[in-house]
Design a protein. Structure first.
Length: 375
């Protein structure tokens, strides 16, 4: 992204806009994007919460100004534009892909999931109770899904053929791209295990009573170490629980919050219903472990790519970015620098957002970063 404008010869153009008002942000993005596209193509747009006054008019305005009729996207707790992250001032990130109509199938929350296999770029409403089922239905059509749930505090909209500002249907909007388009996908966990994999031996709803036939709180204290065990309040927000996925190693797991502790009865409460027999491991979330795993993911994903990336999408958690790394733009910069090295030094068109959940394949994750490369 050379000052917000990338080389159109790759088939992907990106731009960002920043301003004191939503209108100024749009104008800045349009100036960087350049000439309107020919009919067709697919546009992807991510905005932060400061763009809220423009939400209902955003897609019609983009159609008019760019010549691209199909747009997908959402609002994030922050947005990513190349090595930049924007949170508080009105900001927009755009990508236009030169794809013919036969390569794109639009997804809407109130329509049955498409049955064409390919890469699904999907955005979900975190208020919808049917998002998980929708993901499984889409992936069941031999699609590989990437994306995330709308971010922010209480404004959860997604963009498709129209604005979706209330939970409906399966809660997912976006597009499926034909499988002929080559891609590579990587997933980075924001946590690292602090103890061995345990087995839940007694539980009810979201309360774990015993792990490996021992009081759950006793096991927690043992695994996190003496220093944190002395002050469990300090562990809150730092220690989480993770559920290893079936038929995978310890690097692929679903992270959920540790939401309560009953010191008198030795119980712990976690952020989703559990049942006896399920595997569980305690994990820590800190900047050093998150950065190390991000760098691992970037290296492995780029090594799997059989050509230089033409463009990229990056979806991260609202609990990452400046909240985790303590510096605005660090996470996006790490990703863009790795892409630039793979591309011989030139910036690769890249946009993304910080959401309330990240989507990879057919699952909804938390505290992760999901990278998609177009090759």
């Amino acid at each position: 992204m050379n000052d917000g404008l990338s080389v159109a010869a790759t088939g992907f153009r990106d731009a960002y806009g920043l301003g004191d008002t939503p209108e100024q942000a749009i104008e800045a993005a349009m100036a960087r994007l350049g000439q309107p596209a020919e009919a067709g193509g697919l546009g992807i747009v991510y905005v932060n919460e400061a763009m809220w006054p423009l939400q209902g008019r955003l897609v019609p305005l983009l159609r008019q100004r760019t010549g691209v009729s199909r747009w997908i996207g959402t609002v994030g707790g922050g947005i990513i534009a190349g090595p930049r992250e924007f949170y508080d001032r009105p900001a927009v990130a755009l990508m236009v892909a030169d794809l013919t109509d036969d390569l794109v199938q639009v997804i809407e929350p109130d329509r049955p999931p498409p049955r064409s296999p390919g890469l699904g770029i999907v955005h979900g409403d975190p208020r919808s109770l049917e998002v998980t089922e929708g993901l499984m239905a889409l992936a069941g059509a031999e699609s590989y899904l990437v994306g995330g749930l709308a971010g922010g505090s209480d404004r959860f909209v997604t963009f498709g053929e129209r604005l979706h500002d209330a939970p409906q249907g399966h809660g997912l909007s976006g597009a499926i791209l034909d499988r002929a388009l080559p891609v590579a996908v990587g997933l980075s966990q924001g946590c690292s295990p602090v103890g061995p994999v345990r087995r839940i031996t007694s539980a009810e709803r979201n309360v774990v009573a015993t792990l490996d036939e021992r009081p759950a709180l006793e096991v927690l204290k043992e695994d996190v170490g003496e220093l944190l065990a002395r002050d469990l309040r300090r562990a809150a927000g730092y220690i989480h629980v993770a559920f290893p996925l079936q038929n995978s190693d310890r690097s692929d797991y679903l992270v959920r919050n540790l939401v309560g502790i009953d010191a008198e009865r030795g119980l712990i409460a976690v952020g989703e219903p559990v049942e006896p027999g399920r595997a569980m491991v305690f994990v820590r979330r800190d900047p050093a472990s998150a950065r190390k795993d991000l760098e691992r993911m970037l290296s492995e994903t780029l090594a799997r790519a059989d050509s230089v990336p033409r463009a990229a999408l990056y979806f991260s958690c609202v609990a990452r970015g400046r909240s985790l790394f303590g510096q605005e733009g660090l996470e996006a910069t790490l990703v863009q620098e790795a892409l630039a090295r793979a591309g011989g030094g030139a910036e690769v068109p890249m946009i993304g957002f910080f959401g309330n959940g990240e989507i990879c394949h057919d699952r909804l994750y938390g505290y992760t970063g999901v990278l998609t490369l177009f090759l």
